[in-house]
Design a protein around this ligand. Structure first.
Ligand SMILES: [Zn+2]
Length: 114
């Protein structure tokens, strides 16, 4: 069985974040190209690239996870108004910062911790 390339990322942070999310969900991720990442800032960041490789049967699950991650990011950028005190809260807050009420969350529960 041969791994397939799932995606190419320009930053170590992005690739590591995604690899971490996928691994936490039980997928087997191989990161390639990491040796090209700048260690001392000598390599221009535009030449940094990392690839995530997955087993073919895990690609679909990985796509869904990444899609949920994107949805959560978008949700986190939208303000949520507290139904009790009317204060605006960032979309990724679970409790109102002002009165502590449980906020209606649009986030997918299994990715809340990410
Ligand atoms: Zn409130």
């Amino acid at each position: 069985m041969t791994r397939v390339r799932f995606g190419v990322y320009r930053t170590v942070g992005e690739a590591r974040l995604l690899a971490g999310v996928l691994e936490a969900s039980g997928l087997s991720v191989e990161v390639r190209g990491e040796s090209l990442a700048p260690l001392s800032g000598e390599i221009p960041s535009t030449e940094t690239w990392l690839e995530l490789w997955l087993w073919p049967h895990e690609v679909e699950a990985a796509r869904q996870l990444i899609a949920e991650l994107e949805e959560n990011r978008e949700a986190a950028e939208q303000e949520v108004q507290c139904p009790r005190c009317r204060e605006e809260n960032p979309g990724n807050f679970e409790l109102c910062w002002s009165c502590g009420l449980d906020l209606p969350s649009t986030l997918r529960p299994r990715l809340r911790a990410v």
